[in-house]
Design a protein around this ligand. Structure first.
Ligand code: SAH
Ligand code: SF4
Length: 355
């Protein structure tokens, strides 16, 4: 019998599942913090639970983490893990340590259906959504790893970005369940302003529903020109730039967040001219926003190249001069293909190399 993972269970789930095997609501209440606060990976470690229950639970349920098929460490300390689920499907998740914070980048789907031309994940076809348990499993995986990462300036996860493989808002139900667990002060207790969901532009009701969590929104804009955006990102045919900006304004209102972030990939000769920067500044004027400029991370077989540092600086200066808060985002982990848009979800096995 396939054991059901409890990594994505909230209290109602747990009570329901426990009732089916004759356990009480109180049992569920006592087990929940072992799963989501102490984050144990075995029922045997739930030391205040009766021995009988500790023996019964593993017959039906599991707290197993996904198999780590590959773990790579970048020269800048970024770690990328290739995780495999019991059905054999694989995803990548990234850990980005910093002096002030440790950020985890999470995947929400195996593959991606959006087909953005510049993205390595987008070249793969869509396979399936990750369940809430599989999204959470990535957080558990990195929490388990923390004690082994001796060089960290502080041994906890502070920030989460949903910027891995897949389009989060096309897996909204499972994403929202995971957000509930992550934000709950009696569970994983992440601050709402330390969680960011990035969307390629799914301007639907699900986006507005997400506003109730009060988390940060990032929108992959990449150009202020509709024709160019449709070339680069097929989703623009469905929700164009106007629709996206209206959705962003509405999200700001509903979520009460301070700003929305627009991600802007700098592609040499495509969207990085002074005229592109002026058009962007005009488009965003009056919106409470920040712009993150990202220099394109190349991957084997891609036909694009990243803008030069000089061009990126000129683009940045132009936006700043127009009063748009802008930074050039530092790319992390690009030597191990862990940077934005480089995740692929399959690779040769390389034995873990953690120092
Ligand atoms: N699917 C979501 C989130 C994951 S992608 C989205 O598209 O927003 C995270 C960010 O990386 C997005 O802004 C995406 O456009 C960007 N990205 C994709 N390919 C890239 C590449 N090759 N180099 C740099 N950034 C890239
Ligand atoms: Fe999917 Fe985001 Fe890549 Fe586009 S950029 S293909 S939405 S992962």
């Amino acid at each position: 019998m396939k054991k059901e993972s409890l990594l994505g269970a909230d209290s109602a789930d747990l009570e329901r599942k426990f009732a089916q095997i004759g356990l009480t609501k109180l049992d569920a209440k006592r087990v929940l913090p072992w799963i989501h606060v102490k984050c144990v990976s075995s029922f045997d470690l739930m030391t205040d639970m009766p021995h009988k229950i500790r023996l019964l639970l593993p017959e039906y349920f599991s707290l197993e983490r996904p198999l780590c098929r590959n773990l790579q460490k970048s020269s800048d300390g970024t770690l990328k893990a290739l995780l495999e689920f019991p059905d054999g499907h694989q995803i990548e998740t990234v850990f980005i340590p910093d002096e002030k914070r440790n950020t985890v980048c999470l995947s929400t789907q195996v593959g991606c259906a959006m087909g953005c031309k510049f993205c390595n994940t987008g070249r793969q076809s869509f396979v399936r959504n990750l369940s809430c348990a599989e999204i959470m499993a990535q957080v558990f995986f990195w929490k388990d790893m923390l004690p082994m990462l001796k060089e960290l300036s502080h041994p906890h996860l502070s920030n989460l970005v949903f910027m891995g493989m897949g389009e989060p808002l096309l897996n909204a139900e499972n994403l929202f369940q995971a957000l509930e667990l992550l934000l709950d002060t009696k569970k994983h207790n992440f601050s709402r302003n330390k969680i960011t969901v990035s969307t390629s532009g799914i301007a639907t009701n699900d986006l507005q529903q997400m506003a109730k969590f009060g988390i940060k929104l990032a929108i992959s804009l990449h150009t202020a020109n509709d024709a160019k955006r449709s070339e680069l990102m097929p989703i623009n045919g469905k929700y164009n730039i106007d629709a996206l900006l209206n959705a962003a304004q509405e999200y700001l209102k509903r979520s009460n967040t301070e700003h929305v972030t627009f991600e802007y990939l700098l592609l040499a000769g495509i969207n990085d001219s002074d005229a592109d920067a002026r058009q962007l500044a005009k488009l965003l004027s009056g919106i409470r926003c920040k712009v993150n400029l990202i220099i394109f991370n190349s991957w084997s077989g891609s036909t694009f190249s990243g803008s030069s540092r000089m061009r990126a600086d000129a683009f940045l200066s132009l936006l700043l001069a127009k009063g748009i808060r802008t930074v050039i985002r530092k790319s992390r982990g690009s030597d191990i293909s862990a940077a934005c848009g480089q995740l692929k979800g399959a690779g040769e096995f390389i034995a873990p190399r953690i120092s």
